[in-house]
Structures are given as structure tokens and as C-alpha cells.
Design a protein around this ligand. Structure first.
Ligand code: HEM
Length: 235
């Protein structure tokens, strides 16, 4: 598809605008690859960490996978829409462990006053999404708990409508890979949890798992997760 745009102006209404050449195509592909791998891997690692800390929730996820898919075949992409409980787990994991804690910096286009704060035009604006995910005024007092029930009986979704849960950002600069990223994370998690049982190494107890974050533009675990799988499907 990108090749079919080769040598076309970026703005169809302006012949003199920058042309899409090999260099631009290469930059777009590199952007997509780098934006995809780390984000998906970080999300998967945090979610499995939370499940290892909460064996009861891990068991519910595996029960759902067993009920929806059975134990004789592997998860397929068409199964993902039926994994409601796993969907709540992923939302809760994104609430506590956003991949991009400050999203991407914005610049204000106009002077504006919000809640008594004056923000001049052309200010750099950072959105502390990490703090929104842990704000008791937004999520109630059990904000530090991994508590999926907060998503039952409401329509809070990850698709930029609900500003308390925007792990893919929002608006014009929101993540263009939302659908692909969410499908990848759900698919990989479903396969890892369906095919394998997971335990912490050396008899480590769930509460002893170190959940420290490495703070930066993205927010992975400070130390990679170490966990041991055992195959669980039949045949
Ligand atoms: C779990 C997976 C992913 C997460 C959590 C994620 C999260 C984000 C976030 C928070 C932003 C900044 C949005 C904002 O500030 O409003 C972003 C931007 C971006 N993402 Fe993703 N992303 C994921 C997967 C992907 C994938 C699969 C692709 C492409 C194949 C992708 C491509 C991009 C690009 C190109 C931008 C920059 C957009 C811009 O600046 O206009 N992301 N992503």
C-alpha cells in the first residue's frame, strides 16, 4: 500500500507539499515496528506479573479459556471476542501499568484557563496518565488493588472514549495501532495462559514478586519477569 503512494504529494490538495519517497516509507515502517514491539511486550509482561501475584484471577482466566476454547486446540483470533474476563484483566493491567505514563507531549494551540490554571499558547503540556490510573477520586479507594470487578456493569473501554482509561492516548495524536496492539496483547496472553501453567521460580511467593517500574518515556518492569511454564493442553 505504501508503495502505491510513492512520489505522491503528502497533501493531495497541494502539489508542492512534501512527496512520499523511499526515505519517508522507510521512516514510517521503522516507526511502526519500534512503536509496536516494546509497547506490546511491556503490556504482556506486566499482565502476566499481575496474574502471578493473583493466582485466583489467573485460575479464572484459565477457566474461561478452558470453557470457551477447550483443551484440545489452540486459541484462534476469532475466539478473542469471547474472552470477557481476560478483557477485564487487560484493562486493569493497563490502568495500573500504562506503557506510556505521560503519553506524548502536546503543545497548547491557544491561551486557555482550566480549573483556575492559566495555560499560555504554545506551552508544552504533559498528561500524567499514570496518576489518573491511580487517582482514588476517579477509581475509588481500592485504587492500588488489582480489582477487575470495577469493570463489570460499565462500558469503560480502551478506545479513547473514557478519559480515565486511555493507555493508547486520545485525539489526533492517539495511537494509530490501537486495534493491532490490543489484538496482539490479547492473543499472545490468551495463548500463553491457555497453553501453559505459570509459576514463580525457586518457590517464590506471589507477594514477593518485585513490581518496581523503570520510569521513562515508556514504563517497563525494572527487572524482567522470570516465570516457569508447564504445558497444560491435552495432546
Ligand atoms: C499495547 C500496544 C500499544 C500501546 C499500549 C500503545 C500506546 C501508545 C500511546 C500511549 C501513544 C501516544 C498517544 C497519545 O499521546 O495520545 C502511542 C502512539 C503511537 N503508536 Fe502506539 N501503542 C501500542 C501499539 C502500537 C502499534 C501496534 C503500532 C503500529 C503498528 C503503534 C504505533 C504508534 C504510533 C506511530 C504512534 C505515534 C502517533 C503520533 O504521534 O501521531 N502503536 N501509542
Amino acid at each position: 500500500m505504501l508503495l502505491s503512494l510513492m512520489n505522491q504529494p503528502m497533501n493531495a490538495h497541494d502539489e508542492n507539499s512534501c512527496k512520499i519517497d523511499r526515505r519517508v516509507i522507510k521512516a514510517i515502517i521503522i516507526d511502526m515496528i519500534t512503536a509496536k514491539y516494546d509497547t506490546s511486550a511491556i503490556s504482556i509482561e506486566w499482565t502476566i506479573s499481575e496474574l502471578l501475584r493473583h493466582p485466583r484471577i489467573m485460575k479464572h482466566v484459565q477457566d474461561e479459556l478452558e470453557r470457551v476454547i477447550g483443551m484440545n486446540r489452540m486459541v484462534e483470533e476469532t475466539d478473542l471476542a469471547n474472552l470477557t474476563y481476560l478483557g477485564w484483566v487487560i484493562k486493569e493491567s493497563f490502568r495500573l501499568h500504562p506503557v506510556a505514563p505521560f503519553l506524548v507531549p502536546r503543545e497548547s494551540m491557544e491561551d486557555i484557563e482550566i480549573n483556575g490554571y492559566y495555560i499560555p499558547k504554545k506551552s508544552r503540556v504533559m498528561i500524567n496518565y499514570w496518576a489518573i490510573g491511580r487517582d482514588p477520586y476517579v477509581w475509588s479507594d481500592n485504587v492500588k488493588e488489582f480489582y477487575l470487578e470495577r469493570f463489570i456493569n460499565n462500558n469503560i473501554d480502551l478506545k479513547e472514549h473514557d478519559f480515565q482509561l486511555i493507555p493508547f492516548g486520545s485525539g489526533r495524536r492517539g495511537c494509530p495501532g490501537l486495534q493491532l496492539g490490543l489484538t496482539t496483547v490479547t492473543y499472545v496472553l490468551a495463548q500463553l495462559l491457555h497453553c501453559f501453567d505459570w509459576v514463580l521460580p525457586n518457590g517464590m511467593l506471589p507477594n514477593d514478586l518485585d513490581m518496581s517500574e523503570k520510569f521513562g518515556l515508556s514504563m517497563p518492569r525494572a527487572k524482567h519477569l522470570l516465570a516457569m511454564p508447564t504445558y497444560r493442553l491435552l495432546g
